[in-house]
Write a protein that binds this ligand. Structure first.
Ligand code: SR1
Ligand code: MG
Length: 421
């Protein structure tokens, strides 16, 4: 199925993809017996689950506009191309961490991929209070492996530069991040919304906060100018699917070359937001244990990331940065360790900044998180959100003075327990 783009529908999919060998061999050749459901609940794309006699698969198709907003906001189909290429690199760099890809059609902007039948979206699981034992390890390893192996610490620089050029064309998706994450929350942008009137005062304070605005722009500068590695680009808890024991990362359509700390900060921010939202999910009982679990997950994710990144630094540092000829080859292993400390401490400082502003944009901008959104009692929701906003402001503005994840988690616990909003 190539040619002019046409959006699929539940009705047309079997006819249009019936001849697609990659799909029919996997799920069954008789397309008249296929059942199709559209399950996309993200902001941008169509997602179909297609089931046949032999099995099931997912068909994901980009639309030429932002689904959340409608056709008044056009968005190029080529994001599907970037998603496909990011998935293939992630699978190579962190095997088993993403869904298997069966087919890609560039003209139709569609990817046929593995149906993760037992998995649910991580955000949903955290809202439901599920304490999953492996997410910190799985996500920490995924981030360390993809971010290290996609950088000049590991890659042949000619290949990295070619890849950088390929992903540099993902302009419109970067533009979404540049505006929605780094700028819109800090002024009265058209598509912003927040829980009102409860948060009006806090919002006015944040928008008048000179230190915060400057910090957000320094972070935007870093995001735009530091093409360090191939990022997932949108690594939040809605881009991760889980079972009790398995974790898969999905949806890297925002992939592009940016700072290592961006993916790590976005991800940790989503754990901290899950933490602050728990008060809103206590209808069936206390979430004390879930709160402790979530703080522990942030600490463990960061610890696993550091450990794996350090291990790769010692064993796979084959790129042109911090070359072994200057360090280990001269018998100076300690210098290589000193350089590693510097790199990790830079990632730490920057991830706090990215995390802080990610918290802000999910409460003040266009794209909110279900963690807070589904809290029906608006006063309760606003109390949870106000605490998260205060936490985000503190870690973004004071990031250079914060030296450990325990310090951050102690602050989160302290703010969470305060009764005033
Ligand atoms: C208009 S797109 C809004 C958000 O959805 C995506 O998942 C990204 O997080 C983006 O910022
Ligand atoms: Mg997405």
């Amino acid at each position: 199925m190539t040619g002019k783009f046409e959006a699929l529908s539940v009705e047309t999919l079997p006819k249009r993809l019936g001849e697609n060998a990659a799909l029919s061999e996997r799920i069954g050749k008789d397309s008249s017996r296929w059942t199709v459901r559209e399950v996309g609940d993200g902001n941008l794309n169509l997602v179909f689950i297609v089931e046949g006699d032999k099995g099931a698969a997912v068909v994901k198709q980009a639309l030429p506009y932002v689904r959340l907003v409608g056709d008044s906001w056009p968005l190029p189909l080529k994001r599907s191309f970037f998603e496909y290429h990011a998935l293939t690199r992630q699978e190579r760099r962190a095997p088993g961490s993403v869904p298997a890809i069966y087919h890609f059609d560039e003209d139709q902007a569609l990817i046929v991929m593995e149906y993760l039948s037992s998995h649910v979206i991580l955000r949903r699981a955290l809202i439901d209070g599920r304490e999953l034992p492996n997410i910190a390890r799985d996500i920490g390893l995924f981030m360390a492996r993809t971010l290290f192996r996609g950088s000049d610490l590991s890659m042949v620089t000619k290949e990295r530069k070619a890849d950088l050029a390929l992903f540099a064309d993902n302009v419109e998706l970067c533009d979404i991040t540049e505006n929605l994450v780094f700028s819109d929350p800090y002024f009265d942008a058209e598509m912003n919304r927040h829980t009102s009137p409860q948060l009006d005062g806090v919002v006015a304070e944040l928008r008048a906060d000179r230190d915060l605005k400057v910090e957000a722009q320094r972070l935007k500068h870093l995001f735009a100018a530091n093409a360090e590695t191939l990022l997932h680009g949108d690594l939040h808890s809605g881009s991760i699917m889980v079972t009790d024991t398995e974790t898969r990362m999905i949806d890297p359509e925002f992939a592009f070359y940016g700072p290592i700390a961006f993916d790590v900060g976005m991800l940790l921010a989503n754990f901290w937001m899950a933490f602050f939202s728990q008060r809103g999910h206590e209808e069936k009982g206390s979430r004390d244990s879930m709160r402790a679990y979530l703080l522990n997950v942030t600490a463990e994710t960061w610890a696993i990331f550091r450990a794996e990144f350090s291990q790769l630094w010692r064993t796979e540092r084959t790129g042109m940065l911090y070359h072994r000829s200057l360090f280990e080859d001269q018998g100076d292993r300690l210098a290589a360790e000193q350089a590693l400390d510097h790199v990790l401490s830079g990632i730490w400082t920057d991830l706090l900044g990215f995390a802080g502003i990610e918290v802000h944009r999910r409460i003040l901008g266009l794209a909110h998180n279900a963690d807070f959104e589904i809290i029906a009692d608006e006063n309760l929701r606003a109390r949870c959100e106000a605490k998260a906003l205060r936490f985000g402001r503190h870690i973004a503005v004071n990031r250079r003075q914060i030296h450990s994840i325990d310090e951050v988690n102690n602050l989160a616990a302290l703010i969470e327990q305060e009764s005033r909003i």
